[in-house]
Design a protein around this ligand. Structure first.
Ligand code: YYY
Ligand code: MG
Length: 143
């Protein structure tokens, strides 16, 4: 099994509802280590850049508007198969379809306000980590 890094966001809805600690606890209970973390309030330009792959989708404007509506927590998670492990902890994009016990089942209310983001592949994890964190802001425990 490979030790990977993935990128995670606690979205404005979950921050506003005070779920940061509960969500961090889920990551840690699953064996993922938080090796970088900060709170940011995205500008429109930052949110558009982050979600550029979705720029032609009908929900893009609403997504950018939601992601800039309040502060978010961004973090780098490290652990065995971290990319897939985090996607499993998160659950399906639509909370109505998310498996019981997943973050989206427990903390999301709708597909457009769905509590968390997680990278969908190693390549996107690398790109998304670099979008938010400088190398010296990341503190691997495996050093
Ligand atoms: O990776 P994940 O967040 O599970 O879903 P994506 O298909 O990458 O979509 C990104 C983001 O866009 C999703 O978390 C909510 C929003 N969205 C939406 O509002 N409505 C949709 N039909 C699909 C996605
Ligand atoms: Mg995605």
């Amino acid at each position: 099994m490979a030790i990977e890094r993935t990128f995670s966001i606690i979205k404005p809805d979950a921050v506003a509802k005070n779920h940061i600690g509960a969500i961090y606890s889920r990551f840690e209970s699953a064996g993922l280590k938080i090796i970088a973390s900060k709170m940011v309030h995205l500008t429109k330009e930052q949110a558009e850049g982050f979600y550029a792959e979705h720029s032609e989708r009908p929900f893009f404007g609403a997504l950018v508007s939601f992601m800039t509506s309040g502060p978010i927590m961004v973090q780098v998670l490290e652990g065995e198969n971290a990319v897939l492990a985090n996607r499993e902890i998160m659950g399906a994009t639509n909370p109505a379809e998310a498996a019981r016990g997943t973050l989206r089942a427990d903390y999301a209310v709708s597909i457009d306000e769905n509590a968390v983001h997680g990278s969908d592949a190693l390549a996107s994890a690398e790109r998304e980590i670099a979008y938010f964190f400088a190398a010296d802001e990341i503190c691997p425990r495996t050093r």
